[in-house]
Design a protein. Structure first.
Lengths: 335, 319
């Protein structure tokens, strides 16, 4: 098992290096001059050339790459040409908003999918089963950006129940920074009004993101509950006269959750794509919006920094999932 | 794996496979696919959702081919006398701020989406399958290199990579198509290589080897035919995803550019008018959602039908 984890760690380093290589060269072959972007539209050619020299933009690409990797190994992600701040500072500012959004979406989508998948398995072949399948496929088929627009139209423009976007109303003071998650920070400081306001802003983007999470998970949950139901330990538990609820909780779900856990890695990929689009529609000040604007403005330090952070999270989550799987399944652990 | 999975009683399908074939999806699946003409009936009666999937896909394909013939207007025809008209008998889906007929534009978008999906999948399936077969049959260093490259691609959220590539190449529909093909192929390489590895040890391939058949002969005559079924399922699942990803990129401004009637681009254009002209973005969105739903229903149904033991997710891009 130690060997396996060591191999996975080595692979992780390889993947992260590969990603810096791909994104670096991709973002540096773009026609466009970051020095001009930084110097501003009024700058003279000599000023632009000066800035190019200061930042080493005239050096050969592989020299620039070497310098980037050296900085990266010291945790330095460079300077954003657009926000004119350290990319690391930017990411620290924007990441909590994304974590809060994606976290709620993941939990809500996951819980709904576990319930629906289990009901569909117990009632297989019935209308409930078909409804589970249809809602799951619909969750994956509805275009995220279109669903977001429709919900905005209905709940903001027509009904006036929920805000259009952002994390808080302009008049509301943000709670003091503790975790960066507004709902958590406002509760910790006992500020109920801020909490309600932050929660209202979360509803629509979370619902849109959770639809995809739900869609991906339902069928897997259904299949693995069906598998569990066919196992002999479930028959034994039923034969012992255990209540249906106890069998479900102690024997069926506990085993059925295993495959569901492995899907979390896939879910993260789906969430990353969703966040990218949802944050743009809801003006959500998160990492997805930051990355999108950086890509559009050819702000390559910001693009590289954001993609690198997303890649690190993705790879780490998959590593944790793998290790958790090894740990949860003794058959693999002792094999 | 899921041998005990309860299935609705259906002797026609279940007796087609002996237990010896469990864990060898390709063979059983290929056999299923070969009985295609007579087997379409059972596929449709299995679930009403399968019927819905087939019906939607058929409608989409018909509209993609014949759409321009039934479109009442040229999709880019500006008419400043009929600006922002709500849906009516004359303009079924209303008009936009230039008086263009949105029904004609959504119809024209059908063809664009279908074409885009066909090109993305042709590129990625061809490259992915070829590399998968080579990698699986050759083994050794070739296999190692190909697999590490696919690892690299699969270790990163594909949509964001595609967005970065599309932005790098400059926003346009062909660039989006290329970017999505670049992130799609590794999934096919993985899928096909796995199939090839299990097929490689099967009797008919070993027999061909004993008979001194060349690698190319084995690859084309024996392996390619047997991975076809799995490929069909995966492609039908991915069509929806390809269309959705293209529209998402277009919506973000990284794909099709105005005045193209691509669905994502139409929705993006209508976005700033959503409070006054709800119909603008709504109908293009319904067309997009229904199309993706149709392909996903078809792919999901096909997968269950061809091999009930196949696990994974819906919506494409799985193991």
């Amino acid at each position: 098992m130690g060997m396996l984890i060591a191999r996975r760690l080595a692979f992780m380093v390889f993947v992260l290096w590969g990603i810096t290589l791909v994104t670096f060269f991709l973002s540096h072959v773009v026609p466009g001059n970051p020095a001009r972007l930084m110097a501003g539209p009024q700058a003279s050619p000599s000023q632009v050339a000066h800035i190019s020299r200061i930042y080493g933009l005239t050096d050969p690409l592989f020299v620039q790459y070497g310098r980037y990797m050296r900085d990266l190994s010291q945790g330095n992600l460079g300077f954003s040409f657009v926000t004119r701040r350290d990319v690391r500072t930017d990411i620290a500012t924007f990441l909590p908003a994304t974590v809060e959004l994606a976290g709620y979406a993941l939990v809500i989508g996951f819980v709904l999918a576990v319930v629906t998948g289990t009901v569909a398995a117990y009632r297989r072949g019935t209308a409930a089963d078909a409804a589970g399948r249809l809602t799951a496929i619909a969750g994956l088929s509805l275009p995220v950006f279109w669903l977001a627009l429709l919900l905005q139209l209905l709940f903001h423009t027509e009904l006036g129940w929920l805000p259009l976007g952002g994390r808080l109303d302009p008049g509301v003071t943000p709670p003091p920074h503790i975790t960066g998650l507004l709902t958590v920070d406002s509760l910790l400081t006992g500020n109920i009004n801020t909490f309600v306001n932050a929660a209202e802003h979360l509803v629509l983007p979370v619902v849109v993101l959770a639809a995809g999470v739900y869609g991906l998970m339902v069928r897997i949950m259904r299949t693995s509950v069906l598998d569990s139901l066919g196992e002999e330990y479930v028959r034994t538990a039923e034969a012992k006269g255990l209540s249906r609820w106890r069998v479900l909780r102690r024997h069926v779900l506990r085993n059925a959750m295993l495959p569901a856990v492995t899907v979390l890695g896939l879910e993260f990929g789906l969430l990353a794509a969703g966040v990218f689009v949802v944050e743009s529609v809801f003006q959500w000040p998160g990492l997805g919006n930051y990355a999108f604007q950086a890509i559009q403005a050819n702000d390559y330090n910001a693009t590289l920094g954001a993609t690198f952070v997303i890649a690190v999270m993705y790879v780490v989550i998959n590593l944790i999932v793998d290790i958790a799987y090894l740990y949860l399944d003794p058959r693999i652990r002792y094999a | 794996m899921t041998g005990q999975m309860p299935r609705p009683p259906d002797p026609v399908r279940m007796t087609g496979e002996s237990s010896a074939e469990l864990g060898r999806p390709a063979e059983g699946a290929a056999a299923r696919l070969r009985q295609t003409p007579g087997a379409v009936g059972p596929f449709l009666t299995e679930s009403r959702l399968n019927v819905a999937g087939v019906a939607i896909v058929a409608l989409v394909l018909l509209l993609a081919v014949f759409g321009p013939l039934i479109a009442p207007q040229n999709p880019n025809q500006v008419n400043l006398l009929a600006v922002l008209q709500p849906p009516s008998v004359h303009y079924w889906f209303g008009t936009d701020n230039l008086g263009r007929d949105l029904f004609s534009r959504v119809l024209a978008g059908t063809r664009i989406s279908v074409e885009v999906a066909v090109i993305i999948l042709s590129l990625s399936v061809t490259l992915g399958t070829a590399l998968g077969i080579v990698s699986g049959l050759a083994g050794g260093l070739v296999d190692e290199i190909v697999m590490r490259v696919t690892d690299l691609f699969l270790a990163f959220p594909g949509f964001i990579l595609a967005a970065a590539i599309a932005a790098t190449l400059g926003p346009s529909l062909p660039h989006t198509v290329l970017a999505l093909a670049v992130v799609f192929w590794p999934w096919y390489t993985r899928l096909i290589r796995g199939q090839v590895l299990s097929l490689r040890e099967r009797e008919f391939v070993l027999a061909a080897r004993v008979a001194r058949a060349g690698t190319v002969w084995i690859a084309t005559r024996h392996v390619a035919r047997n991975v076809l079924a799995i490929l069909v399922v995966q492609v039908s699942l991915d069509v929806g995803y390809a269309i959705l990803a293209t529209s998402s990129l277009s919506f973000l401004g990284l794909g099709a550019q105005p005045p193209s009637p691509e669905w994502g681009a139409i929705i993006a254009e209508g976005r700033s008018y959503i409070q006054t002209a709800w119909w603008w973005s709504t109908f293009a969105g319904i067309a997009l959602a229904l199309t993706v739903l149709g392909f996903n229903l078809l792919g999901d149904g096909l997968r269950d039908w061809i091999d009930p033991r196949l696990r994974g997710s819906i919506g494409g891009l799985q193991e």
